[in-house]
Design a protein around this ligand. Structure first.
Ligand SMILES: [Zn+2]
Length: 404
């Protein structure tokens, strides 16, 4: 599409707007939340949604695309991804699948490779993963640092991430690097001092991995306090491998999101609900570590906002596929297809404290996914099948690698 050119998406069988005011009468609550319009049309102009409504009332446009009864959804919002790294860890994965358990220390392998890589090599890998995300229907995504763990390398990771997204997260608190293994206090000083100062201008968020083998509650508290003082929003890797203080810390610090949330106690769930902290579930990490999935029903029943994200990283969840994540959430985490689709769109937006993305509303960005299927249910109903026919970000097709 060229500027000032309008496009009519016509004959949409099911339009998911995420605007509950548009819900059809009698819809179940989970489906009502999707604000579904049947036999709909959308007009896109200047990168924005210009019009939404019944196809029979659609205005004329410069160009018309026949959606052939397919479903149109908001582009997915992936609120948790580790994309600035070098190398891969297929050998570690194969070893784990032959019985060795995952430990946080595997991150060190990627840290070594990332430090040794050139900017150009990191950019090339990042661009490849962004192209994968686009092809998987993701139109807004977060990118974390965390494989540099020196002042210069963390600053570089945040700077490169900022070239591809506004949602950059400083994750110097991923693990304590090997050279500081006997000087954790020294690393914390570096992390909350010069490293944070160098990374913050390129970042919107800070994150800390609260886990045995990573950071404990006291250390995480220091990191979160320093990050908030530096003006960054907060996110926490919480309760992935076992029960722990991460989710409660996230809630106590007013974090936007507590991520993983695989092992939550009842009081953790209550704290997340009270604080309005989103629980971001990452079922690809359970898939990649052959671990039990969290139970999303407990969170939803308590009124916690749930987001779904890829956790794309070379260690535990090397996927960019939001459709796969949606299918896993439905089969493994007891979400309905409608809940999973909402969590992968509006839920992810809430986890990033964004209100402009994750929905299809007039005036909003034209971030759209067209399915070769009549309804959003097919994303979970037909797992592993390439159902995405087209993906637009700001009105521009991004699902073809040769696209601009
Ligand atoms: Zn992560």
């Amino acid at each position: 599409m060229t500027p000032h050119h309008s496009l009519l998406l016509d004959d949409i069988g099911e339009l998911v707007t995420n605007d509950p005011a548009l819900a059809e009468r009698g819809a179940e609550p989970d489906v009502a939340a999707l604000g579904i319009v049947h036999d709909a049309a959308v007009v896109v102009a200047d990168g924005r949604v210009a019009w939404v409504g019944p196809a029979a009332q659609a205005p004329a446009a410069d160009e018309r695309l026949d959606c052939a009864g397919g479903a149109v959804l908001p582009g997915f919002v992936d609120s948790h991804a580790h994309l600035v790294f070098a190398g891969e860890r297929a050998g570690e994965f194969a070893a784990r699948m032959s019985g060795r358990p995952y430990r946080a220390g595997g991150i060190g392998t990627t840290v070594t490779a990332t430090r040794a890589a050139s900017d150009a090599a990191l950019r090339t890998n990042l661009a490849r993963l962004v192209a994968e995300l686009h092809a998987a229907g993701v139109t807004t995504f977060e990118v974390k640092s965390g494989y540099g763990l020196t002042v210069a390398d963390e600053q570089r990771a945040c700077r490169l991430a900022a070239e591809v997204t506004d949602e950059v997260t400083f994750l110097g608190a991923h693990v304590v690097p090997a050279e500081h293994a006997r000087d954790r206090a020294g690393y914390l000083d570096l992390l909350t001092g010069p490293m944070l100062a160098a990374a913050a201008p390129h970042a919107r968020w800070a994150d800390v991995f609260v886990e045995r083998g990573a950071f404990d509650a006291v250390e995480a508290h220091v990191v979160l306090e320093a990050a908030a003082r530096a003006g960054l929003g907060l996110r926490v890797h919480a309760n992935q491998l076992g029960p722990g203080p991460g989710a409660a810390l996230a809630a106590a610090h007013g974090a936007a999101s507590a991520d993983h949330c695989t092992h939550l106690r009842r009081r953790d769930i209550a704290a997340l609900a009270d604080a309005g902290t989103v629980a971001t579930l990452l079922p690809a990490a359970e898939l990649g570590t052959r671990s039990p999935f969290p139970d999303a029903r407990r969170l939803l029943a308590a009124g916690v906002t749930v987001a779904l994200a890829t956790d794309c990283n070379p260690g535990t969840a090397y996927t960019t596929s939001m459709p796969l994540v949606i299918a896993l959430a439905v089969s493994g985490m007891r979400m309905t297809p409608a809940e999973a689709v909402r969590a992968a769109t509006a839920g992810g937006a809430t986890a990033l404290r964004r209100t402009d993305v994750g929905r299809i509303v007039p005036g909003g960005p034209a971030d759209l996914v067209l399915l070769d299927a009549p309804s959003h249910v097919h994303l979970a109903y037909r797992p592993g099948v390439p159902l995405l026919r087209a993906v637009w970000q700001g009105g521009v097709r991004v699902d073809r690698r040769e696209a601009p």
